[in-house]
Design a binder for this molecule. Sequence first.
Ligand code: BGC
Ligand code: ZN
Length: 354
Amino acid sequence: MKAVVVNPPNAGVEVRDVPSEPPSQGKVLIRTRLNGLCGTDRGIVSGKLTFSRPPLGYNYLILGHETLGEVVEGNGRLRKGDLVVPVVRRGCGSCLNCNLGRQDFCETGNFTEIGIRGAHGTMREEFLDEERYLVKVPNSLGELGVLLEPLSNVVKALNEVEYVQRRMWWRCGDSTYSCMTAAVLGSGPIGLLFSLALKTMGFNVIVANRRPPSEVESEIVEGIDAKFVNTSEKVDIRPDLLVDTSGHPSAFIPVLPKMKKNGALILFGTTGNESYGMTAEDVTTLVENNILIVGSVNASKSDFEAGVNFLLNWKAKYANLLEKLITKRVKVEEAPDVLTRKLPGEIKTVIEWK
Ligand code: BGC
Ligand code: ZN
């Protein structure tokens, strides 16, 4: 069958035939409908993501961790025709967090991630997976299900903040977040999904980038009643919650002194490549203001399930605004091209399998 194949840690990508997996008892057979592309995929293709590696015994890796699939042969609770999204990370098998289904908090680092490290991904015509790794998506969500994997990471990070912020009373007088501002640095798919989720939680949301918004970005930001700010101009952001999706320390460090007391900073982006230091004064600010910093990666199956509810809610509330996040659909033959460059005006590019 056709697959998008890489050879980490070497750069490069090709579409070629790979052998089908032998049928395995108890596994679910899934036909791939859509794959989303993200910075992680492009990092692997460019050879810059050094932790990427093929599965044991293979000299290649099938790419793909953002998936919407359709069950071909049911098993257990999954029926033929059901839409599913596989979780990305598979536990190390030895630590407590992995054994309790929280492989996103693996303690040993010996986990695998489909399409990223040590396990084949889903950029192929079909794949087999265990039911426990599959999240069922209501058919009414349709293609929007392809947004679930990136969204799951966002849901996890926000859960963590809400959990740790219980260190005090971190709400407004009316018990909501209506008096609080969340600033999201970066307006890519992750930045916009954070903005949508924060809006739903009740925050006032600012989406920031170092340039003016694209047309689609404006439509989405206005559509959800958030505000776009161009940080290359003079702006005064004073957030209670700061979310960095850029991976650029020069984007979030200058905002730290402006953060509200008892606030939180989520570090999510990893693709920056600059060296930009923190001063002792910044450290004092963080200490004196009780600022929480949380780095967050990956997500548990429960975060995917919570993400389904967000998607259903947004589909109902914002009509076709969500579809605008998918800015381009390509055939698998075009994958090598779109994996080696960021497209103009891109939010989410997806590969369509027919
Ligand atoms: C994926 C995560 C993964 C991370 C690091 C992201 O693109 O969405 O599931 O843990 O890359 O490999
Ligand atoms: Zn991704």
